[in-house]
Structures are given as structure tokens and as C-alpha cells.
Design a protein around this ligand. Sequence first.
Ligand SMILES: [Zn+2]
Ligand SMILES: [Zn+2]
Length: 232
Amino acid sequence: MIKLKFLGTKGEIEESSKIHRYHSSMLIIQDNFKLLIDYGELHKYELSKIKPDAILITHAHPDHYIWTKKDYITNIPIYMTKKTFDYGKFKPNNPKIIKEEKLFRIGHFKIIGYNVIHSIRCPAVGFKIFVDKKKLVYNPDLIDIVNKDRILNKVDYYIGDGSCIRANLVRKKGEKLFGHTRITTQINWCKEKGIKNIIFTHLGKETLRKEKQFLREHPEVKLAYDEMELIL
Ligand SMILES: [Zn+2]
Ligand SMILES: [Zn+2]
């Protein structure tokens, strides 16, 4: 049995609601093994309470990686790319540097950190996780997935960027794009690939404002909320 638990579900915004108070962060639990993805500034629980066996970091923005802003002492192994490690002002005690697009293992999990387009200064990856014959992807901040066709192949669970529903948060600097793509665009990617379970976390302003209406219009999609649990 695999359990997902969303510890936080909002992005880097001032606004919050009762059920979206903390920065996006998700636990995957199999048997007694706990893998945590992202740990940002606004969190409900200290790591000493969560007790993850390992932590994966998508990128060094402070809503995903507390070490960008402050020194936070833990000996838990923290997996991230070299770019993320170099960006953060503070360095965790037990970093594990991973290579983009290359499979690695933690416990029973097989994992790939794949390149996404999101930030120019602070490059991000998403994680594709293979566990118990299931495949899930977690990309809370992105405009696009670089090798989308391959990465989304045969995925069972898509956990995506909930920053906006229809608002345009894509920005341009020279030829380079940064920001967040729409929820509706990501739903189309999933439909094209036949992905049945579609969940969004990292909710932004527009999504918070229109949450109820959106859920009525899209019963096939879930918007994660703080403390939401799913059994896969
Ligand atoms: Zn973010
Ligand atoms: Zn970001």
C-alpha cells in the first residue's frame, strides 16, 4: 500500500485559506518508509516530527527549499541537483547530488529527476517515481516538461502546478520563458496521455479564489489541500 499525504498545498503567495496554509510539500509512504518532496519556509511540521527517511527537492525557491533562506539543521539525506545545491544560501548537512534525467534509487523507490522549464536563475526538476508497479510524477512548478512525451508515458498519477487556472503566468526574458503554466493546459497533457488521476498542488491566487467553481466544472480533477491523504 502506498499513501500520499499533502503536508502543504500553496505556492509562493501571500494569500492563504484554512486548507491551503503551507508551502507545497508531499509525503509518499510505503510500509514504514517515508519519502518527502520539498520542504519550504511555511511548514506545519518540523522535520523531527515528520521523520522522513529522505527528502527530494525540486528546486531552490524558498517555498520548496528552506535552505535558500535559513540554516535548518537535520541529518536526513536531501537529494537535489547541483544547481539547486549551489543556489541555496545555506547548505544542508547531508546533501546527495543527483543528475538530471538519470534514474536513482531510495529504498524501494526508483526515481528520475526530469528537467522542467520554470525559472531561469533557479532551474527546477520534477520527479517521476516508480513504486509498487505504479508511476507518479510530481512537478509543482513548471511551464513545460522538457521531455514531456517520454516522462508522461504510462503515468498513473499526475501531480501538477496549481498556480493558475486560466490566468497567464508565463513571463519572457529575451528568448527564455519562466513562470507557471495553466491547470487547463496540464489537464490537456494528461488527457492526451490517458492519465486518469490528476491532482494539483501549489495553488496560486486565482486557484484559491475559484477553487469551488473549478471543482464543480472539473470533477475529474483533484485540488490537493493541506493534510489530504490518498491511498494508491
Ligand atoms: Zn513554488
Ligand atoms: Zn518555483
